[in-house]
Design a binder for this molecule. Structure first.
Ligand SMILES: [Zn+2]
Ligand SMILES: [Zn+2]
Length: 143
């Protein structure tokens, strides 16, 4: 993984610094994480890293196609690794659970948007808000 990453960075004119490696590994470990959460994770390994380093590193990693971001709240963007598989997000407004869903679930929509609206959907950035059925049931119990 590290060698592959180093080769990829190198081919694009970047070096694999420990910071870049730590940030990428933190994103992979955390699944979906804000820059602050990534910082906390990275600082366990290197106290020399601050939040602006994390932001800059995330920008580089996103340019390189190694991480993506989406907006799961009104606050900071949330980053995820693209090492696993492409996905979009279902976000419960009540319990803040994030469910990653395979892109083929929205393939018919993506096709229609392309054919009928001349628009290409950015699936990895997509977050759909609502609430999970468990939360809905809990609310009905409370009522
Ligand atoms: Zn994601
Ligand atoms: Zn919920």
């Amino acid at each position: 993984m590290t060698e592959e990453l180093a080769a990829r960075l190198h081919s694009l004119g970047y070096r694999l610094t420990p910071q870049r490696q730590f940030v990428l590994e933190a994103v992979e470990k955390l699944g979906h994480a804000t820059p602050d959460e990534i910082l906390a994770e990275v600082q366990q390994r290197s106290s020399a890293v601050n939040v602006s380093t994390v932001y800059r590193t995330l920008e580089v990693l996103e340019e390189l196609g190694l991480v993506r971001h989406t907006h799961l709240s009104d606050r900071a963007p949330t980053y995820h690794s693209v090492g696993d598989h492409e996905h979009f997000h279902l976000v419960c407004r009540n319990c803040h659970r994030i469910v990653s869903v395979d892109p083929h679930e929205v393939a018919p929509l993506a096709e229609r948007l392309r054919d009928e609206h001349g628009f290409v959907l950015d699936i990895g950035h997509l977050a759909v808000f609502g609430h999970c059925v468990e939360c809905e049931e809990r609310e009905e119990d409370d009522a």
